[in-house]
Structures are given as C-alpha cells and as structure tokens.
Design a protein around this ligand. Structure first.
Ligand code: ATP
Length: 291
C-alpha cells in the first residue's frame, strides 16, 4: 500500500501563530500515533492531510497523489473523524449512516444496506442502530464517528483526539474497533493521551509547538531513555529545589504523595531509584525536558 509522505509542511495563521514548522513525516500502513500536548499543531496537521486547509509551504503525498492539489481523488480514499464530531440528535444511527453512504456515492440500495449493516456490526452499534443519536453515550458517538469514517473503504483514516472524555470501558471498545481498521489502511491517531499510543500504535511521532521532536516505534523511543529515568517521593515544598538541580520530567501523585521522575545520564544519588522507562517518560522528557 501507498505511503503518506509529509515534507516540510509549514503553517502560520493570520493571527501570527506558527502552528506547523517544517513538519516532515513518512507514514506507512498500520496505526500511527501523533502525540502532543494541546496546541502542539496536531489538528492543524490533520486538517491539512484531510484536504481541509492549505499549508503555507511543503508537500503532502499519498503514494502518487498530491494531497494538496488532487483533493477530490484523495477525499475518495479518506475517512476523517474530526475532534468535534457533531451528530444529528433526532435521527437513528442506521438512518444517518445510510444517508451519509448515499453522499459518499453508494447509490445501490442493496449494496448500501449491506455496507451499513457491516459497519454497524464492526463498531458494535448494531443493537443500538434504531436509537436516536441524541441518546448515544460519548463512546457510542465516537464509534458512530468511526463507522461514518469507514464508509467507502478508505485507505487513509484520520482520527483526531478520539478518546478524550471516554470512560475506560468505552475507550477500550473504541481501541478494539480502531485496531481492526488499522490492519489494511493508514490510520493516524492524533492524541495527547500517551496510553492511547502505547496500546495501539506501531509507529509514532511526538510533536510540540509545531515541530516534530521524535519519530519511530514506541519501543525504540523507550529504549533510548531506558536506564536514565529515576524517581523519588518528595515533599511538595522541595519541588523547586529539585527542579533547579535535576531535569525533572514529570510530577505525579502516588497515594497522595508527590513523585518526581527525572532524566539523568548517570546515577543521581540523593535517594533516587532507577525505574523501568515507559512511553510517558519519553513523552515528558521531550516535552518538558531540555532534550
Ligand atoms: N484557525 C486558527 N486561527 C488561528 N490560530 C489557530 C487556528 N487554529 C489553530 N490555531 C492555533 O494554532 C496552534 C496549534 O493548534 P492546533 O489546534 O493545531 O493544535 P492541537 O495540537 O490540535 O491542539 P488541541 O489538542 O488543543 O486542538 C494553537 O496555538 C492554536 O491556538
């Protein structure tokens, strides 16, 4: 299958915000995680790939197709679940999906019925197909969003922050659906949730302030910091002092007590203990560390 090649894409909005600075990424089939904090530029990049906005410079290619100029061709191969996915509340999932299928060009009624049915099954919404979308939970709405994104068998699927606000069970269900989809398409999952990338993605990039800070597999990324992450339970009042002396990459609470993780090339002493590095350590060391 064709790769998605993003080369030197830049975007400055009219208010002067530089949302993307020379972003280059090579993305092949499977699940790709685009990880970054709020405001990193993820949605700007996703909208650009989804043919919804123009960059100031750079190129985006899907195989031979030029995403920036051959928009109609790309849209035929694209499934997009935007960050804010609105649904018509007074219509059932089955009816809306059928309607969206017509818009996607599935005009043969028999064929369309089969496609709609298969997608409702795939997204675990078949039982609730007659229910109005207004009565759906957040997770069900997101799964409906995936169902509509999958109409017409897309080769490129973009999901923008899909699990924000979902409870753990709904998030799991959503993950399972996505995983299946990722078997024969490029799926780009844009998120600020490290766990989503850890659980689902074989390749990833970390983006912050419009710049790509890291690309590779989550395992490779973890390997890079393995043996360099230390932790210590501290008193809240000591935090500033530790920050001055060490590269503190995260502060969390463990049973109500502050725990800091630091990045250190060698043993920092002072009661710090080494920990098995996790993807969150990679993420925080890139976003908040000096690296
Ligand atoms: N249409 C716009 N006009 C002006 N500035 C914008 C516009 N869209 C986004 N921005 C700014 O560009 C930067 C990147 O925003 P973007 O939405 O791409 O980031 P994000 O990583 O998706 O963050 P979030 O998770 O908060 O949506 C932010 O500073 C944002 O305020």
């Amino acid at each position: 299958m064709n790769n998605l090649s993003i080369t030197n894409v830049s975007k400055t909005y009219s208010n002067g915000v530089r949302a993307l600075k020379n972003v280059s990424l090579e993305i092949s089939a499977g699940m790709f995680g685009l990880l970054g904090p709020n405001g990193a530029g993820k949605s700007s990049l996703m909208r650009t790939i989804a043919t919804l906005q123009e960059p100031d410079g750079g190129s985006v290619k899907l195989g031979e197709l030029d995403v920036l100029t051959q928009k109609q061709e790309v849209r035929k191969m694209l499934g997009y679940l935007p960050q804010e996915f609105g649904v018509y509340p007074k219509i059932s999932a089955e009816v809306l999906l059928d309607h969206l299928a017509v818009l996607k060009g599935l005009t043969n009624a028999g064929e369309r019925r089969e496609v709609v049915k298969a997608l409702l099954h795939k997204t675990n919404l078949y039982e609730a197909r007659k229910k109005n979308l207004g009565g759906y939970s957040g997770g069900m709405k997101q799964r409906f969003g995936i169902a509509q994104a999958l109409l017409a068998n897309p080769k490129l699927i973009i999901v923008d922050e899909p699990t924000a606000g979902l409870d753990p069970a709904e998030r799991n269900r959503f993950h399972n659906v996505l995983c299946e989809v990722g078997e024969n398409a490029i799926v780009i999952l844009s998120t600020h949730i490290v766990e989503d990338v850890k659980e689902l993605c074989t390749q990833m990039a970390i983006i912050n302030k419009g710049e790509v800070l890291l690309t590779g597999s989550p395992q490779e990324a973890i390997k890079e910091v393995q043996g360099k992450i230390y932790r210590k339970i501290i008193y809240k009042s000591e935090l500033d002092a530790y920050k001055k002396e060490h590269e503190v990459i995260s502060e969390r609470l463990l049973q109500g007590k502050p725990v800091i993780h630091i990045y250190s090339e060698g043993d920092p002493g002072q009661g710090f203990e080494p920990v098995e590095a996790e993807l969150s350590d990679v993420y925080f060391s890139r976003i908040f560390g000096d690296r």
